[in-house]
Every structure is written in C-alpha cells, then in structure tokens.
Design a binder for this molecule. Structure first.
Ligand SMILES: [Zn+2]
Length: 86
C-alpha cells in the first residue's frame, strides 16, 4: 500500500470523483502493455503490487510482471495521480 507521513500527507488531496464528469482513469483498470492514461501510482488488482508510471508510457509487458497464480489477472488501477505541469 502506498505510504505517506503526516507531513507528506499534507500534499495529498482527496478528490470526489463522480461517474459523470469524473476523469475516466480513476474508474478503469489497464492491462498488460496498455498505454498509461495519467502519471501516478498504480496498483495491480491481481497481486497488490504497486508501480509508478508516466502518462503516455506503456504498463509493464507480460515478461516484466507475472503472477505465480496464472488465474490472477494483471490489471493496473490508478490509486494516486501525480499533478504535473505541462
Ligand atoms: Zn500483479
């Protein structure tokens, strides 16, 4: 689980995302080699592992993130979105 301290938590802003008008990247999960929709921290639904990814890059290919349990699907879910300028 992503961690913050009481000091760094001051820089985390909890937003209220709505289904209508909310940013799509919060409600979708992304598979192997999909294009990263927004820069931030992503959590694998299948195993709980976390990665940081930059917008426009690709999520890890199949040979870079594997599960011992083949039935556990690799799906990346955005958990912290970074706010970058430009
Ligand atoms: Zn995983």
């Amino acid at each position: 689980m992503a961690q913050v301290t009481s000091q760094t938590a001051l820089h985390i802003n909890q937003i209220h995302n709505t289904l209508l008008g909310g940013a799509e990247e919060w409600s979708k999960a992304y598979g192997i080699s999909a294009t990263v929709p927004a820069s931030g921290i992503y959590r694998c639904i299948g195993c709980g592992d976390e990665i940081t990814s930059n917008k426009g890059d690709k999520f890890p290919p199949q040979n870079r993130h594997q599960h011992a349990d083949q039935k556990a699907e690799v799906l990346w879910q955005l958990i912290v979105k970074t706010q970058t300028k430009g």
